[in-house]
Design a protein around this ligand. Structure first.
Ligand SMILES: Cc1cc2nc3c(=O)[nH]c(=O)nc-3n(C[C@H](O)[C@H](O)[C@H](O)COP(=O)(O)O)c2cc1C
Length: 398
């Protein structure tokens, strides 16, 4: 096999003859050049050994190919691999396709038509070694069957799930994922669901409806294990299915998310005034200064906040650039929030509120109130903001 320096690796057998052969990226701190990763991430790939054939489900991020190869060889023989199933074409799961298929000369790439097209944009695929599968197709490995479930737009157009009925394992790729390198199984992490929620907000929330469809499709499957492509493996599937049902349905809590920027404290005073009012009215408030916050936390709160309050001063006749960034992200992530409020301070001509309005409309959010002040808020301004806060709290309760 020409194996050099065979290392010692933990390769958990997650079900009978099903092995996790992925990689842990303990210290990665950024994903997609956008999303902070407080706990790193993992690229999960799985080897399924049937009595006759062996299949690999997904691959790993660039830089982990050798480790991946060694892990496969510790439990099997890569050279004799029969199938490489690609659930998703994003490079963190598909970039090692060529590497693997070069080492496994008889292996066949298994993906949907859309998957092949998408992967072809990024990788040179061996054209004569491709098997296109569609909804309901399956591959028999001998005592183990891989059944394919098309689950598009989670979060790229080509995504699919693979199901192994004999062991009742679902391989949903990014769906049900969480960015963390910590833990192997869901029981290992007490903070797993908040991490999964953060991931959901960042990656899946814009596709809520497709997520709900996918849940509907798998609702009658018998599932003992959910083995996603990032983060721990669920031995307790209900632990993630239950929140996913709520998140995909866009079910919100009596919770207001306040995101703001303030250079000299005037806007901060305004958002504090509404936050205190909302708290008094029994609304749960989550407050983030965009200059000092992790966007993943904001994304997590967006998943089930009923209201969003944006605070921004005017800078050069528009919003503060960080508030602009925040507002753009809020719009792009399509959170289920029903109500919005915009507050801000300006020094002379203003412009931030107008720009916030342009960015946030059209959106499904009802703007309950806006208020801007020249300089610092006066007593009457604070009264007005409290009034907006009370109105908002009333609407949120209804
Ligand atoms: C770099 C910079 C650019 C600004 N540009 C504008 C502007 O174009 N129009 C305006 O009305 N005020 C402008 N201002 C004034 C601020 O909007 C004003 O000081 C406001 O009260 C700041 O609110 P804050 O205390 O929440 O940061 C600018 C201030 C700074 C520091």
């Amino acid at each position: 096999m020409g194996m050099k320096n065979m290392k010692n690796y933990n390769i958990p057998e997650i079900a009978r003859n099903v092995f996790w052969v992925g990689a842990k990226d303990w210290n990665r701190r950024m994903f997609d050049a956008l999303i902070p990763l407080p706990q790193g991430t993992s690229y999960n790939a799985y080897l399924v050994k049937g009595e006759k054939k062996t299949a690999l489900i997904d691959t790993v991020n660039p830089g982990f190919e050798e480790e991946f190869e060694q892990k496969i060889n510790l439990v099997s023989d890569l050279e004799k691999l029969d199938y490489l199933v690609m659930n998703h074409a994003e490079p963190d799961h598909s970039s090692a396709i060529r590497y693997i298929m070069d080492k496994a000369p008889d292996s066949i790439l298994v993906a949907t038509e859309r998957g092949i097209k998408m992967a072809g944009l990024y990788h040179e695929l061996p054209e004569d070694r491709i098997k296109v599968v569609a909804e309901g197709d399956s591959i028999d490995l001998g005592g183990k069957t891989l059944r394919f479930i098309e689950a598009p737009w989670l979060h790229w157009p080509e995504t699919m799930f693979t199901y192994l009925p004999e062991e009742r394992v679902l391989f949903p790729c990014d769906f049900f994922g969480a960015h963390t390198a910590q833990g192997v199984y869901d029981d290992d992490l007490e903070d797993l669901i908040p991490l999964a929620k953060r991931y959901y907000g960042e990656i899946m929330m814009p596709f809520n409806k497709m997520g709900a469809k996918a849940l509907e499709k798998i609702k009658d499957l018998e599932i003992d294990i959910i083995a996603p492509s990032h983060g721990p493996i669920y031995k307790n599937p209900e632990r993630i299915l239950e929140p996913y049902r709520k998140w995909t349905a866009g079910k919100t809590e009596n919770k207001a998310l306040v995101v703001y920027i303030s250079m000299w404290g005037s806007t901060k005073e305004m958002v504090n005034a509404i936050a205190e009012t909302l708290l008094k009215e029994g609304v749960d408030v989550r407050m983030y200064d965009l200059a000092a916050s992790d966007l993943g936390d904001v994304a997590r709160e967006l998943v089930d906040s009923r209201a969003i309050i944006l605070g921004t001063p005017t800078v050069l006749a528009g919003m503060h650039p960080l508030a602009l960034y925040g507002a753009y992200l809020v719009k792009a992530l399509k959170p289920p929030a029903k109500y919005g409020v915009v507050l801000g301070s300006f020094g002379w001509g203003g412009g931030a509120l107008r720009q916030a309005g342009d960015i946030l409309t059209p959106s499904s959010m009802e703007v309950v109130g806006t208020h801007q002040v020249k300089g610092r808020a006066k007593e009457e301004d604070l009264k007005k903001i409290e009034e907006i806060g009370r109105q908002l709290a009333q609407k949120m309760k209804a």
